[in-house]
Design a protein around this ligand. Structure first.
Ligand code: UD1
Ligand code: CA
Length: 448
């Protein structure tokens, strides 16, 4: 059976109190809507159609390569689905309607909905759930035989209906041939004056169609309406990600303090200390050790490398096999080749570092002149002495030796020694005369 997914994301989400559309707020490094798209992809949906409001340019970007359709005015979930009709004219099969604000949805939950349709042959299958507080959720009116009669929105529910615990999780499956005629019959004579997609249930039941319900895990269908919900979703997602990585052979000393992104890739036998944060786009090869308090984003780290404690790896960097990046070292947009060591208090930005090079403590690449960023190219087996400034653009040839405290402004040839600092002077006995001079001044002052 073919599968099409319509992702509703046209609501502004006023309860977030934000200029950003609700579905653009991120959970584990991805905007919420991208999580929903990726779940649809995991079931190889034939079509994925996000529905957005006219001005949601960033949502369009976030759901690429899928083309969005626009709901001109937010007239309700039923009206939003209508916006996708044109794109699905040729489509026949299961249409699943999901919400862009449910980032914790899982492949299993979506599969459960499809399986239920297969078992029952129902025209509609609703993903139900039993939240701890039914609050504003739609209530499911289920008959003794399990058939669903109606969904009553909280705002329209009687006190008896409000007491019902089984609620609408917001994910619904429709057989395509039944869906479109029903949408045309929706009316907006309800508390919110909106066209509710949920009214299709009563319509289908009255027309004698089968409507089934399947209960889903509470977390999976959790809808994000406020920043407090967002924080709760982040916590649940982080726990899921930590579990997944630990089951795949990663050691975390204190998993509760490790923050991952959905797209974090970590190889086997990696050890991660406490308080490590993975932004989006990080790939860690096997046998890497990441010591406590590191921050990584859009970087790859090669086999057996050692990072931290207190290292910051910024976007566009690659750390080679067996390299060491130590404490208080910041690496930005740089390629550090295998076996190189940058162990203490350094900034390496817009640079390449060859194999087995040693960068001394306090080395700085001066990559920015206030207008332009320039490159620093450091060869293989180079030794850069401590407290060196490398003023880019500059090249250091293989095997070169840079004396500590140098400010390097010109290229250094292969195997050359570069010293760029004031020559040291020794003035014999000068310390002693300086001190006795100071003592005399002090005494003179005391006598006056
Ligand atoms: C909806 C359901 C409710 C269910 C709950 C689950 C309806 C009428 N109600 O209520 O039964 O228990 O979700 O979380 O469906 N949207 C549009 N265009 C619109 C209106 C909404 O695209 O005109 C999108 C929103 O961006 C959002 C989703 O649809 O992603 C749900 O809208 P929302 O207003 O949050 O619905 P609820 O009141 O939570
Ligand atoms: Ca909602």
């Amino acid at each position: 059976m073919s599968l099409a997914c319509i992702i509703l994301a046209a609501g502004q989400g006023t309860r977030m109190c934000s200029d950003l559309p609700k579905v653009m707020h991120s959970v584990a490094g991805w905007p919420m809507v991208k999580h929903v798209v990726s779940i649809c992809e995991s079931l190889a949906a034939d079509q994925i159609i996000p529905v957005i409001a006219p001005d949601m340019i960033d949502v369009r970007e976030a759901v690429r390569p899928y083309a969005c359709v626009v709901q001109a005015t937010p007239n309700g979930t039923g009206d939003a689905v209508k916006a996708a009709r044109k794109s699905l004219q040729e489509f026949s099969g299961n249409i699943v309607v999901l919400f862009g604000d449910t980032p914790l949805l899982t492949t299993q939950a979506l599969q459960q909905l499809i399986d239920r349709q297969k078992e029952t042959g129902a025209a509609i299958v609703v993903g139900g759930f039993v939240p701890s507080d039914a609050g504003a959720y739609g209530r499911l009116i289920v008959r003794a035989d399990g058939q669903l009669d109606a969904i009553i929105e909280a705002a329209d529910a009687s006190p008896e209906q409000k007491a019902i615990k089984l609620c609408n999780g917001g994910i619904m499956l429709f057989q395509s041939d039944k869906l479109w005629p029903m949408l045309d019959q929706l009316r907006n004579d309800n508390a919110k004056g909106e066209f509710y997609l949920t009214d299709c249930v009563e319509m289908a039941a009255k027309a004698g169609h089968k409507v089934a319900v399947t209960e889903m895990p509470v977390d999976d269908v959790m809808g994000i309406n406020t920043r407090a919900h967002l924080a709760k979703a982040e916590k649940i997602m982080q726990d899921r990600l930590r579990q997944r990585h630990m089951l795949a052979g990663i050691t975390m000393t204190d998993p509760d303090t490790v923050f991952l992104s959905v797209d974090t890739i970590i190889g086997k036998d990696v050890t991660i200390g406490p308080n490590v944060i993975f932004g989006a786009g990080v790939v860690i090869d096997s046998n890497v050790v990441i010591h406590p308090f590191c921050h990584l984003e859009k970087v790859s780290v090669g086999k057996g490398a050692v990072v931290g404690p207190f290292a910051r790896l910024r976007p566009g960097s690659t750390i080679g096999e067996g390299a060491h990046i130590g404490n208080f070292v910041e690496i930005k947009k740089s390629a550090i080749a295998a076996g190189s060591k940058i162990n203490h208090l350094s900034y390496i930005g817009d640079a390449t570092v060859g194999e087995k090079t040693n960068i001394g403590a306090g080395t700085i690449t001066c990559n920015y002149d206030g207008f332009n960023k320039s490159l620093t190219q450091i060869g293989a087996a180079v030794f850069v002495g401590s407290n060196t400034s490398l003023v880019a653009p500059v090249r250091i040839g293989d095997g070169a030796l840079i004396a500590a405290g140098s400010t390097i402004t010109r290229d250094v040839p292969e195997n050359a020694l570069a010293i760029a600092r004031e020559r040291q002077r020794i003035v014999e006995g000068k310390a002693k005369t300086f001190r006795s001079f100071q003592e005399q001044i002090k005494k003179a002052k005391e006598h006056t």
